[in-house]
Design a protein around this ligand. Sequence first.
Ligand SMILES: [Zn+2]
Length: 279
Amino acid sequence: MSAAIAAVLAVALVVLAGLLVPPLLRRRGRRLAFSQTLPEPMRAAIARNVPVSRSLPRDLARRLEGLVISFLAEKQFVGCNGLVITDEIRATIAAQACLLLLGRLGLYDELQSILVYPGAFWVEDEVHDDDGLVTHRRRELSGEAWDSHRIILSWEDIEETARRPTDGYNVVLHEFAHYLDAEGRGLAPLPPQATDRVRAIDAWHKDLVAEYEALCDTVERGESTFLDPYAAEDEVEFFAVVSEEFIECPAELRTAHPRLYALMREFYGIDPAAWADGR
Ligand SMILES: [Zn+2]
């Protein structure tokens, strides 16, 4: 073998190792997380701020704890505008975000950091319309799934959610649902324990769009809706808003929109109304 070929092979091996080793280490770390337990103060913060965690069946409660441990090990929390990140903030956000993963694979794999502001924050961006016209916007937000690496949240809004955990408003669920939606609209890969056959992604999506259009019609007629009318903004907001209600008031969502509830159950691989029934 010539020196040049050996050098190329060596470089190729290094690149391959760079690609393969991090996912392997990550997988090993995640497996280990399921044999560990959270420190007691973090458990107490989750029980207090994420009350739905107390009604989970035992196997899902254990899974949530393992997911939270992995999430905290992998993601970086950054306090903004002087906010000091505490264990309560980390545990609360991680637990709410991981509720959406109880029946899914993955752990927001591309996400690296969660930026937390003390309260609502301002975001400036540009909107390009179809004619190429660019408008500058300045918006006050309580959360934003900024890109595949960063999610921004307001701690004040998260604390408010903890005080009213069943009103269907939850900024963490909303932004992490956006993240999952952007990851690939459609059905999740089946979790290992699931045995149901999964329908084709486009059939699922078509049914979701039909539910969205039904909501838009209701809003246009000026009738009151169970879903927050903000869900009629567009399909992306529809999915995020319904995800909040799926976790926060599942029994009510199931009664008001049984087909929509079934679609969310397919996407998330969990049945939160059944946990509520068992309370
Ligand atoms: Zn949104």
